[in-house]
Design a protein around this ligand. Sequence first.
Ligand code: PHE
Length: 332
Amino acid sequence: MVDQIKTYIEQVRAFSTEKPDELEAFKNKYLSKKSGVVTNLFAEFKNVPTESKKEFGQVVNDLKNSVEQKYAELKEFIENLNDVKVELDLTLPGEDMPLGNRHPISVVRRQILDIFESLGFVAIETPEIDDDWHNFTALNFPPEHPARDMQDTFFVEKNPDIVLRTHTSNGQIRFMEKHKPPFKVTIPGRTYRNEDISARSHFMFHQIEGIFVDENVSFIDLKQTLLYFAKEFFGHQTKVRFRPSYFPFTEPSAEVDVTCSICGGNGCNVCKHTGWLEILGAGMVDPNVLENVGIDSKIYSGYAFGLGIERITMLKYGVKAVSYTHLTLPTK
Ligand code: PHE
């Protein structure tokens, strides 16, 4: 009998639960007034031989105490468990939200501006909606120039005088109207041309313009600046090539190529096996343009350049201009 009770005590000590109903069942099993194990053992007491009564009484009391102790312990444990679940600490910091990444166009725009900044250029903002004077006329575009054509230019509200700028060169005029040389500025921004959307063109794209005006600025300064830019941006082995070209607002004008950054100038698909990639247009500011903004072209000269950020980004990241014209868009 005593051994049996000692086994009960061991079982009680080993018992564990996280569930309140299991804990109550445990308590009832031993202490229930009607048929609990401990209750029955106390009832048994009168039948125990006198010489064993003392030991029997002790172990039954031990059992009862173990049950009560275990019950109290587990009850507190379970209550704490629940407390943890419902308690919210409102002072805890929230979970981090993933912020995403900058768009490649923004990354490259920043890189280009940084390079020119290291040469003393200051980036300025100029309007995207401008008048004919700033976008064309002051830039020496003759009245019949095809760029003014409806095909290319977006006019605002059918007003032939107000356009979405077709290049950032309008910013040259905007800046020079208000500032006397010497100055060195970059003009980043959105530009618009009425082009079909394809893998190579879009009606909205981004350019960065640069202009430097001072006394005795020469084509050498332009070449050296663009060579420095090309080496900084594409790598120090990069070479540049100037091809004669035409822009109304520069004279002489050039289109500038760099050695292909993909094949290193050996020839590949991207450079169409020429080893060269065109990256920008440039030239010496036409004296007419300086006169149009009240700068004396006999004292001052300058250079200007303009590059397309999309094109340079595609070259930098090796993005192929794949056309998806074979895909048909779902109709409603
Ligand atoms: N505005 C010219 C273009 O959009 C680029 C350019 C800028 C050329 C400055 C020469 C000087 O193509």
